[in-house]
Ligand binder design. Structure first.
Ligand SMILES: Cc1cc2nc3c(=O)[nH]c(=O)nc-3n(C[C@H](O)[C@H](O)[C@H](O)COP(=O)(O)O)c2cc1C
Length: 380
């Protein structure tokens, strides 16, 4: 039985808002954060968040039911609100040169899996975001988590009417201020260290998307919010030292992605988990796999894509059309355990990961480590 720790400063506002014991949130992560991971984190006193992106409504409803079978603690459900995902881009609007340029890069790799060369336009991605929102409201989920875009006030109001709290992930002080003014209950501040996609509602240039590290971004956002909403730090936090640092910079807790990819309950492939516990590689920001900027492990594909885009021979298709265009190749790579041709999302903190524990153990370990780090700070 996990019990909350009392402090002379009163309850942690992040925990109090979300009804959790420890200020540790596990990110919604497509293809990784299924009901088992979510329930393991929530049962340990953190907040598990289910990934809903690309789930058909019936599959999402079944996943929520499964979480409820496995835990009676609060949990969240995450979806992207990116403009080009909420209303999928019509492939017919993409220029022929853009389609040919990007397919030419993929064609260099297709022979590896005996796939035919292609120069065709990708199919329209499924339009699933609004349907997922209806399922979440109907299911009266405890927490709605928004990435890659801010929920508009009308949507905030609908979730509040069914008793759900709202978490929004942002990358700038302006977005943090706006989303709180629009009704968001908890702000996640995503630093440039973060694994996965940059949490912005529109595609930005590489320079703008690169963003700022948490060391300066986090206190900047905390000052801007002036206590109007609890704040969680996201990006590079993989152990208790990271959580303690986030608290020292003014956050009330942390949201972790990469650390939870490398756990027993995560649905990530074995090759992905093994790359995270290994020590070879580095992370880069690339839009080559999905069309949106994401931090992931550098690979043959990210190198080749970076060369082609720098030479202006290719550029990413909008929305998630890039993912659709490359799905034959990336799926074949996944099926073959090829770590060079599939997106292995990872934040810069991956270098500190060297084991594959249960997700509940990650939560309890980080809390203990953070307490030790805070108690054992050196003299000034
Ligand atoms: C594998 C993976 C998948 C992710 N998928 C999502 C997602 O579906 N929705 C979302 O809002 N954020 C997603 N993120 C980003 C996280 O919310 C968060 O910003 C990031 O994981 C924090 O940095 P860290 O990975 O260094 O802990 C994902 C991150 C990873 C590593």
């Amino acid at each position: 039985m996990v019990t909350a720790t009392k402090s002379s400063r009163g309850p942690n506002p992040l925990c109090a808002t979300l009804g959790i014991v420890h200020p540790i949130l596990q990110s919604g992560m497509g293809g990784v954060a299924g009901p088992e991971l979510v329930a393991a984190v929530s049962n340990a006193g953190g907040l598990g968040i289910l990934a809903a992106l690309n789930l058909e409504p019936d599959a999402l409803r079944a996943a929520i039911a499964k979480v409820r079978d496995l835990t009676d603690r609060p949990f969240g459900v995450n979806i992207w609100l990116h403009d080009d995902v909420r209303t999928p881009v019509d492939p017919a609007l993409v220029g022929d040169d853009d389609v040919r340029g990007m397919q030419a890069v993929l064609n260099d790799f297709r022979p590896r899996y005996d796939l035919p060369a292609r120069l065709d336009r990708p199919p329209a991605p499924a339009d699933l975001v609004d349907a997922a929102i209806e399922v979440m409201i109907d299911e009266r989920i405890p927490v709605f988590s928004a990435g890659l875009g801010r929920p508009e006030p009308a949507l905030v109001e609908r979730f509040h009417q069914v008793g759900a709290k709202i978490i929004t992930m942002v990358t700038t002080p302006d977005d943090a201020r706006s989303t709180v003014d629009e009704g968001t209950d908890v702000v996640v501040v995503q630093g440039s260290e973060a694994g996965g996609h940059r949490s912005v509602g529109k595609k930005l240039s590489f320079e703008a998307a690169s963003g700022h590290g948490l060391f300066t971004l986090l206190p900047h956002v905390v000052d801007r919010l002036a206590g109007d909403a609890p704040v969680a730090a996201a990006g590079g936090v993989v152990d208790g030292r990271g959580l303690a640092a986030a608290l020292a910079l003014g956050a009330h807790g942390a949201l972790l992605g990469t650390r939870f990819v490398a756990t027993r309950e995560s649905r990530a492939s074995d090759v992905w988990k093994q790359r995270l516990v290994g020590d070879i590689g580095e992370t880069v920001l690339s839009d080559g796999f999905t069309g949106q900027w994401a931090r992931l492990l550098r690979s043959e594909f990210t190198d080749r894509w970076a060369e082609a885009t720098a030479a202006r021979r290719a550029r990413a298709l909008p929305g998630l059309l890039q993912a659709a265009a490359g799905s034959d190749l990336f799926s074949a790579a996944r099926a073959n355990g090829d770590d060079q041709l599939q997106p292995l999302y990872a934040g810069t903190g991956w270098v500190l990961i060297d084991d594959l524990p249960g997700a509940g153990e990650v939560v309890t370990r980080i809390v203990a480590e953070a307490r030790a780090a805070l108690a054992g700070s050196g003299p000034l």
